[in-house]
Design a protein around this ligand. Structure first.
Ligand code: ADQ
Length: 454
């Protein structure tokens, strides 16, 4: 049975010497081996009109086809920067202050989803085909695929939180979007709480019949299941244990020169809670003068969605708060906050994970947050402080869990983490490691596809 993966982005990129290579990222890593083995296609948007619509990959002995859906600048603005980034992203993360319900975004989203559906129909020629769509960019495509091909198997994995029904219904197009999703045979989310929210949305907004985790609507049946995503555990472990990473981690500790290192690593996104985390670190310094000079906070933020105003604004605010904290507290050779606004390689990130005593992973809301799992896998004796508003929190009770809006609580948790005795650190970290090992990303892909097959 061949597989068609449909995602916002295609899984390959051009390397510096011009060759096409797989892109880096959890989804690519998980699905490329399956596609290579089974054959089929990966369909994603085409941002560059110069690239071919269909590209067999690898070029010399192709296993599958990369198919691009070419988008004009207007389409990209409406579908991606508009509907995906300014409508579905903020609402799903409960941040409705950033929600811009512009009907033209939805209009473009509809037509782009239809183009994705047409590309799928063009690629899919056999009835034993499995089609797996990814994420909030593609809520409507399933309906058009289903209308033309009642016989194919359709799955959808939703990578971000599925919000409470009363929040989801804020979307003026909530019912239409849900109907799109309910053309699937299987909808996957990270945790049971999102399953429950999805079922409740279908029941209340569409009057669908719910039987356990199955939705009956309009003559079709959709199962909704929790499939928590993981990372490439083995590769991360090997990387973290390599001489290169060990050396880099030592160099980092030496360069910072403080007894304790606290890290934060995120895409710079308002959902990740970088600002409130910095303010909590500021409060920690205010409340704990004895720690001045002994703790460095290293925040790495990778630039993201830089064309969207709210992201530009966030960057300015982070710059300002970092300046304020260092202006007030820095002395002699000690800089309390080291802030880097750039992308690092996974090797470099691994060195940060390894060097850290404490990781502050405190999103205001997050689907899973795989940085959490990367830290747990790479680190040897540190403490994880984790926002209770992430999907990961449901799976990782051994972390110190905090409400990211509670500045005093978060500040206090930093001290608790720094003062935790070594035995407790080890016990907690070992328990976290064993959970993360069970969440391997390849296992996630197999688990979802097996459930889809069933
Ligand atoms: P994201 O919102 O992108 O993913 P996350 O799960 O934390 O969030 O993954 C971020 C990835 O980017 C990690 O692999 C991390 O290593 C990398 N990264 C972060 N900062 C970096 C830097 N400075 N340089 C290089 N790489 C960096 C969405 C959802 C999540 C869900 C995932 C997977 O929002 O909730 O966990 O999809 O389903």
């Amino acid at each position: 049975m061949s597989l068609t993966v449909v995602a916002n982005r295609v899984p390959i990129r051009q390397s510096d010497d011009g060759d096409w290579v797989p892109s880096v990222g959890g989804l690519t890593t998980a699905l490329l081996p399956v596609l290579r083995q089974r054959g089929g296609a990966w369909i994603g948007m085409g941002e560059d009109p110069a690239l071919p619509e269909r590209q067999p990959f690898p070029a010399d002995d192709p296993d599958f086809t990369v198919r691009r859906v070419p988008l004009s600048q207007d389409e990209l603005d409406g579908y991606y920067y508009g509907m995906a980034n300014r409508v579905l992203w903020p609402v799903s993360h409960y941040m409705i202050q950033h929600f811009e319900p512009n009907p033209s975004f939805m209009e473009t989203y509809r037509s782009v989803n239809r183009r994705f559906a047409e590309a799928v129909l063009d690629e899919v020629d056999r009835s034993d085909e499995q089609i797996w769509l990814q994420d909030y960019h593609l809520m409507l495509a399933p309906k058009w695929i289903r209308e033309a091909r009642p016989d194919v198997t359709l799955g959808h994995f939703w990578h971000i939180p599925w919000p409470a029904m009363e929040v989801f219904r804020i979307l003026p197009w909530a019912r239409e979007l849900l109907r799109g999703m309910l053309a699937c045979d299987l909808v996957g989310v990270h945790v049971q709480e999102y399953v429950d929210n999805f079922l409740e949305s279908a029941r209340v907004l569409l009057g669908a019949d719910i039987d356990g985790q199955t939705v009956h609507y309009n003559g079709h049946t959709t199962r909704v299941e929790a499939h928590p995503i993981g990372i490439e555990v083995d590769r991360f472990k090997q990387m973290a244990d390599s001489d290169e990473v060990r050396t880099k981690a030592k160099q980092l500790r030496k360069r910072l020169g403080t007894e304790h290192i606290v890290i934060g690593i995120d895409r710079l996104d308002y959902t990740k809670g970088v600002l409130s985390r910095l303010e909590a670190f500021e409060r920690f310094l205010e409340n704990n003068p004895a720690y001045h000079g002994t703790v460095s906070f290293y925040q790495i933020a990778t630039p993201s969605r830089t064309k969207v105003d709210t992201y530009q604004q966030l960057k300015r605010e982070v710059d300002e708060v970092v300046g304020r904290i260092n202006g007030q507290f820095a002395r002699d050779n000690w800089v309390p906050v080291n802030y880097r606004y750039r992308t690092y390689t996974q090797f470099e990130l691994c060195a940060f994970y390894r060097a850290a005593d404490v990781a502050l992973i405190t999103p205001l809301r997050d689907g899973m947050n795989v940085v959490t799992q990367e830290f747990i896998t790479a680190n040897q004796n540190g403490v994880l402080i984790l926002s209770e508003l992430t999907g990961a929190a449901y799976l990782l009770p051994e972390a110190i869990q905090v409400n990211p809006y509670d500045r005093d609580g978060l500040a206090a948790s930093i001290r608790t983490a720094l003062e935790m005795n070594p035995d407790e650190r080890t016990t907690r970290l070992n328990a976290l490691k064993s959970t993360v090992e069970g969440l391997d990303v390849q296992r996630w892909a197999r688990g979802f596809l097996d459930a889809l097959h069933a």
